[in-house]
Design a protein. Structure first.
Length: 292
């Protein structure tokens, strides 16, 4: 029981990373109905930007994270402008294949320029462990949870309280009607990509600090699981993506506690299938009828 409770606590910290990435997936899908499979690679590039800023230039963790978020936000806007915008009126399968292509392109560019080797992420924050009864929690875990929750709350404030957030909600409902009301749809979509990419970069920095390692392929599995989290929570629904991320994190760590660490991915996808059989739109998703 003690091990199980410890793994539940660990699952909350891991789930907060998945939640950050899932938010990027769900925002982009909510706006233009596109699954941005390059999102995991942006997460990876964010960790590499932080790595070089800390190791080569001697920056602190938080300044490096802010710069990485800005850099990946710019990268996200460039990807949208160069790869996705020309295909906006094309079929969804064309955009989907392009997203997969962008993902592989970024992976291979990073492997070509930085080699496929795993690098130790600089431990700029000294790790300390606190005992709460029989549960141990490190300062790095608390940092991950605190930063993740702060960014999620900040995202919700941006979407609900700012002018650009209102534009995002309008475009997600009806882009043509939003344009007729004077909203710059292209700018709104670019802002959405920038916001999601910045969150992914923060997740990459946090996971690098937590696991003390980064490599050019590190975004593949977390990117896929974050997409699963977005679908699980109800893709297109921001609170659902956050809930889905925490659920995926808990499933992984609990399956490890029960001695099924080799099958934790199978448990994740199994739970996804079961929930979608019961609620096809996800935990918080709504079934929407479309005219044919």
């Amino acid at each position: 029981m003690e091990v199980l409770l410890q793994q539940v606590v660990n699952g909350l910290f891991l789930g907060s990373i998945y939640a950050l990435m899932a938010l990027g997936y769900t925002m982009v899908y909510g706006i233009i109905k596109l699954i941005n499979f390059a999102h995991g690679e942006i997460y990876m590039i964010g960790s590499f930007i932080g790595y070089f800023l800390i190791k080569q230039l001697g920056f602190g963790f938080f300044p490096s994270m802010i710069i990485a978020m800005v850099g990946c936000a710019i990268l996200g806007v460039l990807i949208e402008f160069l790869a996705y915008r020309p295909l906006r009126k094309s079929t969804r399968i064309s955009a989907l294949i392009t997203a997969i292509g962008v993902s592989y392109l970024l992976q291979n560019l990073m492997i070509y320029f930085f080699k496929p080797d795993t690098r130790p992420f600089p431990q700029v924050i000294a790790r300390q462990t606190y005992q709460l009864g029989f549960i141990s929690v490190s300062n790095i875990q608390l940092l991950i949870l605190g930063v993740s929750l702060f960014l999620m709350i900040l995202l919700q404030v941006i979407i609900q309280k700012t002018r650009m957030g209102k534009a995002m909600r309008a475009v997600s409902v009806d882009a043509d009607a939003a344009q007729l009301m004077g909203i710059n749809v292209n700018r709104t979509i670019s802002f959405t990509f920038a916001l999601g990419s910045a969150l992914a970069a923060a997740g990459g920095m946090l996971i690098g600090l937590y696991y003390n390692s980064i490599d050019p392929m590190m975004g593949v599995v977390p990117g896929l699981k974050s997409f699963v989290a977005a679908v699980l929570g109800g893709i297109g629904v921001i609170p659902g993506a956050a809930i889905g991320g925490f659920v995926i994190g808990l499933i992984e760590t609990i399956s490890t506690a029960l001695g099924f660490s080799d099958y934790k991915d199978a448990f994740v996808y199994g739970v996804l299938i079961i929930i979608l059989l019961i609620r096809p739109a996800g935990i918080l998703g709504k079934n929407i009828k479309e005219k044919v």
